[in-house]
Design a binder for this molecule. Structure first.
Ligand SMILES: [Mn+2]
Length: 283
């Protein structure tokens, strides 16, 4: 029998009514400061997910046993950042109101702000765990406040001091790091101290935002702003598992895959495997 041509992330075929986690893509890269292309990230992750297994030997779980729905990509206006963020917020809000966990696939890192606006409204006491090469704490970048270089600063405006926990950070200007010292908790270069943060946040709502450029560019070259000196795949996999198993994750995103900068396809496979491990950790 023929089937309808509907592409989801592998194994994410639950009906909306049954889904605990709902994937959605935001193919947006309008504020990318260096090399654009992340607008192709979510669709590449979805398409290439079939290149890896649905079963994880790390967790002894299979995506086909889970309750995840992939609702596809939003149709976003590339020329209007505000409208794009509104559309992302609206989708996240709908998922939250239905008692489910939104899982956003970028897109550039600014898409986080759309989802996080909905999260902060729904869970005013929420904290953020942020993995990234870049601090993303600028007040503005090239005179623009809605930029992927400012996304965590915009999130901070919604929740205030001491609630953003950054890991893996190895790039930013002096002012960003100075400001960050006073307002957020930044662990440079790696994930040391993650367990203590998870202990501190135990039971509290957490939003997890994962910029894949936290990985070393030798592992993950397919990104717009590659930053040498990053973590290994295995370091990231372990840290992601710790977060997704031990924190009360009320929403999350994976962003900054720019598939065309890595014609080998390895970066996309890396993204798929990390998304799989996150989804299975929620099972
Ligand atoms: Mn980054």
């Amino acid at each position: 029998m023929l089937n309808k041509n509907i592409e989801t992330f592998m194994g994410c075929e639950a009906d909306y009514s049954e889904a605990e986690t709902v994937l959605f893509g935001a193919p947006f890269d309008s504020t990318t400061s260096y090399r654009p292309g992340t607008r192709f990230g979510s669709s590449a992750i979805r398409r290439e997910s079939y290149g890896i297994e649905s079963y994880s030997p790390y967790q002894d779980k299979d995506l086909y046993d889970g309750a995840v729905m992939d609702s596809g990509d939003l149709e976003l206006c590339f020329g209007d950042t505000r409208q794009a963020l509104d559309a992302i917020q609206e989708r996240a809000e709908q998922i939250l109101l239905d008692g489910k966990r939104p899982f956003l696939l970028g897109g550039e890192h600014l898409v986080t702000l759309g989802a996080f606006r909905a999260i902060a409204k729904h869970y005013p006491e929420v904290s953020i765990i942020h993995f990234d090469a870049h601090a993303d704490l600028r007040e503005e970048y090239l005179n623009v406040k809605l930029s992927h270089a400012c996304v965590l600063r915009r999130c901070w405006e919604l929740i205030g001091d001491g609630r953003i926990f950054q890991f893996g950070i190895r790039s930013g200007d002096r002012e960003e790091f100075r400001w960050g010292n006073e307002h957020v908790i930044t662990r440079k270069f790696d994930f040391e101290g993650l367990e203590a943060v998870l202990e501190q946040l135990k039971g509290k709502p957490v939003y997890f935002t994962l910029d894949l450029d936290v990985l070393d560019p030798s592992v993950f070259p397919g990104t717009g702003t590659p930053e040498p000196g990053g973590v290994s795949f295995e370091q990231l996999r372990r840290a992601v598992l710790l977060v997704c198993r031990n924190a009360n994750i009320v929403g999350c995103d994976v962003n900054e895959l720019s598939p065309h900068y890595d014609p080998s396809g390895i970066s996309t496979a890396v993204a798929c495997k990390i998304v799989r491990e996150m989804l299975l950790a929620f099972q």
